[in-house]
Design a protein around this ligand. Sequence first.
Ligand SMILES: NC(=O)c1ccc[n+]([C@@H]2O[C@H](COP(=O)([O-])OP(=O)(O)OC[C@H]3O[C@@H](n4cnc5c(N)ncnc54)[C@H](O)[C@@H]3O)[C@@H](O)[C@H]2O)c1
Length: 333
Amino acid sequence: MTVGSRKTVLVTGGAGYVGSHCCKEFHRNGWQVVCIDNLSRGRVEAVKWGPLVIGDIADSEIVDATIATHRPDLIAHFAAYAYVGESVAAPHIYYDNNICRTNSLLNSARSVLEKPIPVLFSSTCATYGHPVQPLIDERHPQWPINPYGWSKLVIERMLSDYAVAYGLPSIALRYFNAAGADPDGEIGEVHHPETHAIPLAIEASLTDDGPFSVFGTDFNTPDGSAIRDYIHVTDLASAHVLAAERLLAGDRRAEVYNLGTGRGTSVLEMISAVRRATQRDVPVSMAPRRAGDPALLIADASLARSVLGWEPTNSSIDQIMMTALQWRLRAEA
Ligand SMILES: NC(=O)c1ccc[n+]([C@@H]2O[C@H](COP(=O)([O-])OP(=O)(O)OC[C@H]3O[C@@H](n4cnc5c(N)ncnc54)[C@H](O)[C@@H]3O)[C@@H](O)[C@H]2O)c1
């Protein structure tokens, strides 16, 4: 509900990593924030900028009542399972949680209020599959190589079909590698199990828990390790607020934007950044490539820059590392 000039955003998955950082940014920009999360993978302590409704996005009774009470101007949809390996081992939970439950949410988004509520959706570079060119723009072919990527691609398709059939406006944001933490240390990355490279490399540097595995040292890249495009989670958050403003400004229809820096960082360069941040060594073990790991994943995010006016400002690898390390040390304290 718009109160005065304040807009309301309903955030699904707001107790998770990216969702909680976006809640903070929406709140900082004057939005009222309401979260819905079933806490299957999130933390109640990460919800700090508005009420939390504990519930599943597929529980229409709860979702519809939340929409009717708060009358959100926008739904920002982060709730999902997001582990590539798990999706390969147990695809049924990905097709259920990500696709079927999103369909239930979208059905509420289109039907509870007088007109459809615009949706901002967390998509991923995993919808592209193996890159056929060094810089990936939004028109790059989409042929995912795991069920997680497929589940997100199907949702993109659902959004475009809902736009045509029901006039439901949406923007899908395809993130590359989200990383880093809130510079104020209020929230940060917590996944169980942690599968993301930066927290794992920091852990290897700070503890005796074992070396960090470098998967693949024979890629066709300058140092032989895989190259990724790390984007600071606060830069992702600022893109969400800009995309939200664009969605509310006009009659948009199922748009899509990449969110990355356009710069690649190799795994070995990332490890050097961990050493600079922790001032300690990072024990590493060299391991063979993992199936389906491309050599390069780098965004062409020029569309988000030109249309949304977005500029990532916190995404140097050293800024990412410092905030990730501060969060890790705070968690220990
Ligand atoms: N982290 C990344 O690098 C990255 C990259 C690309 C895309 N994404 C996407 O961004 C979104 C957020 O990712 P994250 O890393 O913050 O994950 P996360 O696991 O930290 O957060 C997901 C949140 O959604 C909640 N949730 C899951 N299923 C739910 C359901 N059915 N009903 C209600 N709540 C539910 C979980 O409890 C959790 O709080 C996901 O959609 C993910 O696919 C993440």
